[in-house]
Design a protein around this ligand. Structure first.
Ligand SMILES: Cc1cc2nc3c(=O)[nH]c(=O)nc-3n(C[C@H](O)[C@H](O)[C@H](O)COP(=O)(O)OP(=O)(O)OC[C@H]3O[C@@H](n4cnc5c(N)ncnc54)[C@H](O)[C@@H]3O)c2cc1C
Length: 427
């Protein structure tokens, strides 16, 4: 009989975990509380920038790269540069979700939309099932918590500027519920400074057709538009509040930086609408995510699971985690690589096989190791971890793990004996 792996949370990490479990031969179930997959991936779009290129190619070489290939196919712009970032692809946030959903369904993943998991059934320190809001129960062998860390509204009210009405849509679909917390495991909170908890999401989306035609044209052609802000409107304090420290550079405070992801992605956590509309070309600007982007954004990183290098949650042998739940990890790429390993290891656990740990000679192995260690220290909880910048990208470069040579990256994975490892059927 196939083991049953239950993944809770349908963001990039949950999609990756369910797909990896399915590929390894399990009956995979993916529970998502809203009516769409991808979570915050519905409003992001930046891929392959800086060290993310390496992580992407490593996962492809290991046989777990299907979701990256879908993102590449949905790219509106490829290989672009913007301040502090090189060779980025921007996927189209309007088009990608149906492709991911169709791909998972075709592979055989059982997707349960609008089914919020609100509790667990347990037998001591083992999870045996999940319960949904509407009274459905499903038992399973191994579980993955991929519920992310965005919201719920109470966190945005307490640690941010209030619910900014973001794509997570807590008022409609209910607050995030963590399986890790339901199992009684203590979750850590990121704190940028003593008693400054969580971090604010770092970008907003503006309806492109609310911008002047010349701005639309530049975005369409090059994927990027940069305009200087008058000194009176520069707010440098927003930089330190950002979840994505890879964009906490002066260029992002002193300019309006827009990227074309379908919407115009404004690289700022929020920007008062009247100030924005005072800039030439922005007179009619309208936010589409979060709706209250003039005032704030979602607050994240207040529910981080302690876990090991196999992404197994401390103290609960049959519970794994991926994405933001697995540390102060920012990014789609980071969610996909950790989600994939969590889903794969869930099947190994079910089959009684040794769990797969990625060596530190790979960028992904080093990332999982370093970000896991960081989440256990006050200093680490003040940072954010991403292949795309901040402390980890520097570390990658120092260790010689950064390269833009895809063939060399694939050869490294082969040398480590990891080529295709995530495609192997284990059942
Ligand atoms: C505005 C914004 C822009 C961003 N832009 C980029 C970008 O351009 N590039 C990039 O790499 N990263 C970007 N990021 C960061 C990136 O989106 C995230 O770090 C990553 O996608 C997180 O994935 P995740 O799966 O861990 O969590 P999430 O995307 O938060 O997904 C968690 C999912 O779990 C669901 N859920 C929660 N609780 C339950 C429950 N109990 N039952 C069922 N479902 C549940 C939620 O509805 C959600 O869909 C951005 C983030 C934001 C907020």
């Amino acid at each position: 009989m196939k083991p049953r792996v239950i993944v809770v949370g349908g963001g990039w990490s949950g999609c990756a975990a369910a797909l990896a479990a399915n590929r390894a031969g399990a009956e995979a179930h993916l529970f998502e509380k809203t009516d769409m997959l991808l979570g915050s991936g519905l409003v992001g779009g930046i891929m392959r920038n800086n060290g993310r290129f390496v992580a992407t190619e490593e996962l492809i070489a290991m046989g777990g790269g299907d979701l990256f290939k879908i993102a590449d196919r949905n790219a509106r712009h490829k290989g672009i540069a913007f301040p502090g970032h090189q060779h980025a692809n921007l996927y189209d946030v309007h088009r990608i979700e149906p492709d991911v959903s169709a791909f998972l369904r075709k592979a055989g993943v059982n997707i349960h939309l609008m089914e919020r998991v609100v509790d667990v059934e347990r037998d001591g320190a083992t999870v045996v099932g999940v319960k949904t809001e509407y009274g459905e129960n499903l038992s399973g062998d191994v579980f993955v918590d991929a519920t992310g860390t965005s919201g719920p509204m109470g966190n945005c009210a307490r640690y941010g500027n209030g619910c900014a009405m973001c794509v997570q849509r807590c008022p409609t679909f209910g607050p995030r519920v963590s399986i890790v917390a339901k199992m009684g495991v203590h979750e850590a909170q990121a704190a940028k400074a003593p008693e400054v908890y969580g971090a604010m999401s770092g970008s907003c989306k503006i309806a492109k057709d609310s911008l002047a035609p010349a701005i639309q044209k530049a975005l369409q052609k090059t994927g990027i538009y940069i305009q200087k802000i008058p000194e009176t409107l520069v707010n440098r304090s927003k930089l330190s509040a950002k979840a994505c420290q890879q964009y906490a550079l002066p260029e992002y405070a002193e300019n309006v930086v827009l990227l074309d992801t379908g919407h115009a992605k404004l690289m700022s956590p929020y920007f008062p609408l009247e100030d924005l509309r005072s800039l030439p070309g922005f007179e009619r600007a309208r936010y589409v995510d979060p709706y209250s982007g003039g005032r704030g954004n979602s607050v994240r990183f207040l529910a981080l699971a302690p876990r090991n290098m196999f992404l197994q949650v401390d103290g609960v042998q049959n519970l794994f985690c991926g994405g933001e739940k697995a540390g102060v990890l920012v990014g789609h790429t980071e969610a996909i690589v950790t989600g994939t390993l969590a889903g794969h290891n869930a099947v190994r656990r079910a089959q009684g096989l040794p769990l797969l740990g990625l060596p530190r000679s790979t960028a992904t192995g080093e990332f999982i190791s370093e970000s896991g260690k960081a989440a256990a220290t006050e200093e680490g909880l003040a940072q954010s971890y991403t292949f795309a910048g901040s402390v980890f990208f520097e570390h990658m470069k120092e260790k010689g793990l950064y390269s833009t040579d895809a063939e060399a990256i694939h050869r490294r994975i082969e040398r480590e004996g990891l080529a295709g490892v995530l495609r192997a059927r284990l059942v």
